[in-house]
Each structure stands twice: as structure tokens, then as C-alpha cells.
Design a protein around this ligand. Structure first.
Ligand SMILES: [Zn+2]
Length: 416
């Protein structure tokens, strides 16, 4: 059933949002300036007396933000492993995001991290983009919608490469999802600039205790960002058209403003983003069943990542291969989840549920200047899921009949 979405709708969604932003900007320009006081101080710039026109700095900064080629310093940050696991022989990584970092550089980092590995399974899972690391398997993390519990959910989907030869429908589903998810950036920008979304601004301001000054500052920066994006849209790689881009632009403003001010602006933007995500219309996502059906028809495997972010999914009885029981964002219920899987496997006949762990490493984070890195995110490493070796967890894993080697055995057997 592929009736949910016509590809032509892609265009209209983002176009209408962009129009919305254009309308917004003209409304903004005809309005009196926001009420401000002197509490926001720039070290070098005075944003209140500062023209809203784009400067050379803006343009350069933007180009740099969306650049694909890494600088030598960035390359060095990627190549230097954070930690070396010289005794680990089997490495498995079924949930990680290369982002814009070239696979060859990632390979060098992985090899340096696990110099003595003898067995491995690495499948990248970029958001809504199918990629391969080893030329044998490919993967993707898809966003979809579960109508039973009215929630957006995610799946990790893996294929042995030859299965994708007939995967045109699957590929276009991923592409549609990627474009649609990218349109959240336009909605985020509109939410900050468009008076029609004032309730979102009020809500975000009260959550983060942002005052009028801060809101005015964020609007000022976002307006500039919106202009930059409009001007540079054709040279902005699709991968970069996501919420993060606005936050990254504000990060660069640290060059001109006090850290504290940018940090507060970031918190406010995050709060707006949360509201946008929550209220984002899910009707244009494919339904979870549609992704499952298409994946199964091609012979791919499906893992539910960090289920504790959407518990009901465990009761949906989806046709999946396994659950991720550990993720840097979800580590509280690992033992419990392992036992759930073990119990389900005892009572279920048919295919057993596998147990996986996701390091959920985002390689783009490592490229950033350490000063602006998100510590928690940048500490994640591809293939590093220490809980496999935790003494207590290992007991549960043993009872469930699972470890890294058995996972590779069973999952590759299913994929091949
Ligand atoms: Zn992920």
C-alpha cells in the first residue's frame, strides 16, 4: 500500500512552509523593533544597532557550516580515537550516524579504536538515508508514524546489499521522509519569526525563563539565518537542512557575543524545537507498517532502537528482528528489557527477538570545535557499547542466549 504519499506532495510541503517564512519576514519588517533593554551585551557587536543585512562574516560562516570538505584540524579530530580497546576482538555497530564525515576517515578511526578486532559487523544508520560501510550491508534509521498510539517512531533497517537492487520504492520512501523531516527546519524558523506562532514562543520562554531581550535576540539571529538560507539554498546539501543548522549558526555567534548569552539563546531555541517536534504534523510520515511491509518484501532486517522513548511499540507486536536494549540516551532499563525479550522468546514460537545495543554515535559532533561540542554526544563511539561486558548485564544476556558473536551470527544469517 503506497497510497499514503504522492511524491509530488514533497515539493508542496516545503514550498508552502518556505512561503510561510517569506510572508513572515515581510510582516517582521513592517513591525516596530522588539522591546529591548541593555541586558544583552555583545563583546564586539551591538545587535540592536546592527544592520540586519548580511555581512561577509555571515556568508563565510554559513558556507563553513554547510561545507562538506573537512579542514585538516577537523580531519585530525576524526582520525584520533578517543579511547583504544586493544583487547576487544568482536565489534558490532548497528546504530550510528556518519553524517557528513567520509567513510574512509571513519574506517581509520574504527581501526585505530579496535586494533586487534578479528570479527566485525558495522552497518551505518543515517536518518532516512541508506548507506553502507563495508560494501556488504547497508542500513538506515527511518522515521515513521504509529497510528495506534499516535506517535512518531523510528526503526533501524538493515539490508544485505543485493536485496536493495529492487529497492526503488523503499529508497523513495526514505527520500520522502528525509525531505519531510528536513522541513522541520522551516517550521522552526517560522515558529520563531511568525507572530502566528506566538503561543509557541510564550511557552518556550516560560520553560526557559527567557526575557523579552533574549527573545528579541533570537529573532534577530534567526532572521539573519533565514536570509542566509534563502540566499544559499541551492548550495546547501540536503543533509544539512535540519533543525541543527540554526543552533549551529548561533554557536558561531559566540565569536561576537558572550557565551552566556548564546547558551541562553540555545536553550530557548531547543525549547521551541521541542514544541515544533511535538506538534509536527505526522500525517505525511509513512506508517510503521508500511516500512515494515516494504522492508520484509525485500528481505531486510528491522530493529527497534531505544524503545523506552516509545514504550507502546513493544506491545504493537510488529514484525521486527529485535530490540535495542541499550543506547547512550536509554540506559536505565537495559536489564529489564533483556528479560522482556528473553521471556517473549520463551513463549513465542517462530523467529526469536534479538538483543542489540546502539552506540548511536553521531560523527558530525566530533568534527566540531571541542568548545562547542555537546559532551554527551561527542563521547559516543562507533562500536563502543560497554554494557555487553558489564558483569551483571552479562548474566542476563547469558540467560537470554546473546552476546556480540551470537548477534552477528544470527543477524547476518537473517540478512543473507
Ligand atoms: Zn540514531
Amino acid at each position: 500500500m503506497k497510497t499514503a504519499i504522492l511524491p509530488s506532495q514533497n515539493v508542496s510541503i516545503s514550498d508552502s512552509l518556505k512561503n510561510k517564512i517569506e510572508e513572515t519576514t515581510s510582516i517582521q519588517n513592517s513591525q516596530p523593533p522588539f522591546k529591548t533593554s541593555d541586558s544583552i551585551k555583545s563583546t564586539t557587536w551591538d545587535y540592536k544597532n546592527w544592520e540586519n543585512d548580511l555581512t561577509e562574516w555571515d556568508q563565510e560562516t554559513y558556507e563553513n557550516l554547510v561545507a562538506i570538505k573537512l579542514t585538516p584540524e577537523q580531519e585530525a579530530r576524526v582520525l584520533e580515537p578517543a579511547e583504544v580497546f586493544s583487547r576487544q576482538e568482536t565489534v558490532v555497530a548497528l546504530h550510528w550516524h556518519p553524517e557528513f564525515v567520509p567513510m574512509e576517515m571513519i574506517r581509520k578511526r574504527i581501526d585505530a579504536t579496535f586494533p586487534n578486532k578479528t570479527r566485525e559487523l558495522f552497518i551505518p544508520t543515517q536518518h532516512n538515508q541508506i548507506l553502507s560501510y563495508d560494501g556488504v550491508y547497508s542500513g538506515v534509521e527511518v522515521d515513521c508514524f504509529a497510528p495506534q498510539f499516535q506517535k512518531k517512531v523510528q526503526f533501524l533497517i538493515h539490508f544485505e546489499n543485493s536485496k536493495l537492487v529492487n529497492g526503488d520504492v523503499f529508497k523513495s520512501m526514505c527520500e520522502h521522509t528525509r525531505n519531510y523531516r528536513g522541513s522541520q527546519l522551516f517550521e522552526l524558523v517560522a515558529s520563531i519569526l511568525d507572530p502566528r506562532f506566538d503561543d509557541r514562543i510564550q511557552k518556550a520562554a516560560s520553560v526557559t525563563a527567557a526575557d523579552d531581550d533574549l527573545v528579541a535576540f533570537v529573532r534577530w539571529g534567526t532572521q539573519k539565518f533565514e536570509k542566509l538560507f534563502a540566499k544559499n539554498e541551492s548550495r546547501t546539501p540536503v543533509d544539512h537542512i535540519r533543525n541543527k543548522l540554526l543552533a549551529n549558526y548561533f554557536d558561531r555567534l559566540r565569536e561576537h557575543f558572550e557565551d552566556r548569552q548564546i547558551t541562553r539563546a540555545q536553550a530557548f531555541i531547543r525549547a521551541v524545537k521541542k514544541i515544533v517536534k511535538k506538534e509536527f504534523n505526522p500525517d505525511y510520515f509513512y506508517r510503521a507498517e508500511e516500512f515494515i511491509e516494504e522492508t520484509r518484501s525485500l528481505g531486510g532486517g528491522i530493529i527497534i532502537p531505544h524503545p523506552e522513548q516509545f514504550w507502546p511499540i513493544l506491545l504493537a507486536d510488529y514484525d521486527v528482528d529485535g530490540y535495542e536494549v541499550w543506547n547512550p540516551q536509554s540506559r536505565q532499563y537495559t536489564e529489564f528489557l533483556i528479560n522482556v525479550v528473553a521471556n517473549q522468546n520463551k513463549t513465542h514460537n517462530g523467529r526469536k527477538l534479538l538483543i542489540t545495543m546502539g552506540d548511536d554515535c553521531h560523527m558530525g559532533e566530533k568534527v566540531k570545535d571541542p568548545k562547542v561540542q555537546n559532551r554527551e554526544k561527542s563521547s559516543r563511539q562507533i562500536g563502543v557499547q560497554p554494557v555487553w561486558d558489564d558483569l551483571i548485564i552479562r548474566k542476563s544476556l547469558n540467560l537470554a542466549g546473546m552476546d556480540r558473536d551470537r548477534l552477528i551470527d544470527e543477524y547476518t544469517a537473517r540478512l543473507n
